[in-house]
Design a protein around this ligand. Structure first.
Ligand code: PHE
Length: 345
């Protein structure tokens, strides 16, 4: 009796197929449910003779496993079919590959600069792009009538507020002031960031660009430290053997001040269009922090001395990638940006 039933249901299970979740649920209830066929058969099994039990026990277990396996297989299949129906998608198709973006050349150069100075123990400091007169000019020893404060160069936001004029910062030296005001020496930091100047936009000038400035203040910091730090930086960035030279210059916040040139990265000093046949290109301004600036920030200028430097990231990038038009950096032309695909993400 029991054997016959099992044979009959086995055939039924083997023949069963569906891609409907509802029909499959009916199947589950009918065979595997708490009041289902398998439960009934097991109940009947309890009543059979011990000899029969020996034979039927195995058959019964196989039957149960068959029903469970059928249910599981169809369940997996219908789940895929149902999701496909919901999404209108064929989930068995291979996925579409996606293109990895490119880093902006300025971001690449900025990172390279930061990494080199990190190795020398410089940390990264940041500050606001909207600044007051004190942090952008006065603390940095700019005289009242200095031309850099003029409307020509500075984008003023508010004239004559409580803290003086409010403007878009014209350099990241303002971050140096904030750092010195807020902390205690020694300071060893670089300040990357965007700066703004009121210039007509052309291939060679823009109304905003990016700088990395640096500051090192401690006891007994000398011009020799400045030279060695910048020399190391240039060897790391442009390769061993790149020459440097310092020309005297003027900045209100450093004394003495200098501009640093490097041997032309393109012609290696032989003379080319980039270096205007001179063999040298200017890359940054630097100098010893003026004692007035230290005092303005609450630092004892008799005990401490320091050096500072500042460079334009666009300029460094131009020398690396030979980009001739500054406007490319901010136009977001994908044809330009795609060229800087890199494994660095
Ligand atoms: N702040 C100067 C500029 O924007 C650069 C500079 C920084 C020069 C530090 C000397 C020392 O041009």
């Amino acid at each position: 009796m029991l054997q016959e039933k099992i044979t009959q249901y086995t055939a039924e299970i083997n023949a069963f197929s569906t891609d409907s979740a509802d029909e499959l649920e009916q199947f589950r209830i009918r065979f595997l449910g708490t009041k289902g066929i398998i439960k009934d058969i097991f109940d009947e099994f309890k009543a059979v003779s011990p000899e029969e039990k020996r034979v039927l026990g195995k058959v019964l277990n196989e039957f149960k496993q068959l029903a469970e396996a059928k249910y599981q297989t169809l369940k997996d299949q219908t789940e895929v079919t149902e999701t496909k129906k919901d999404l209108g998608l064929d989930l068995t198709l291979p996925g579409e590959g996606f293109e990895i973006g490119a880093r902006h050349p300025l971001a690449l150069v900025r990172r390279e600069i930061v990494e080199i100075f990190n190795k020398l123990g410089f940390i990264v400091a940041e500050g606001p792009e909207i600044e007051d007169d004190w942090h952008n000019f006065s603390a940095l020893n700019f005289p009242e009538e200095h031309p850099a404060r003029d409307m020509q160069d500075t984008f003023f936001i508010k004239k004559g507020g409580e803290k003086g004029d409010i403007a878009l910062r014209t350099h990241t030296s303002s971050v140096q002031v904030r750092m010195m005001e807020e902390g205690k020496p020694p300071f060893r930091a670089i300040m990357p960031g965007r700066v703004y100047r009121n210039e007509a936009i052309s291939a060679r000038a823009h109304c905003f660009f990016h700088q990395v400035e640096g500051l090192y203040v401690d006891e007994n910091v000398s011009f020799a430290d400045l030279k060695q730090t910048l020399f190391y930086f240039v060897q790391e960035l442009y390769g061993e053997g790149t020459k440097v030279r310092f020309r005297p210059s003027y900045f209100p916040f450093t004394e003495p001040s200098a501009e640093m040139d490097i041997s032309c990265t393109i012609c290696k000093g032989a003379g080319c269009q980039l270096c205007k046949q001179s063999g040298w290109v200017e890359i940054l301004g630097c100098g010893m922090v003026d004692p007035n600036v230290l005092e303005n920030c609450g630092i004892d200028s008799k005990k401490y001395s320091g050096f500072a430097f500042g460079m334009g990231i666009e300029r460094v990038a131009n020398l690396k990638f030979e980009i001739k038009d500054l406007r490319l950096f901010s136009e977001n032309d994908a044809r330009f940006l795609k060229q800087y695909k890199t494994s660095l993400i």
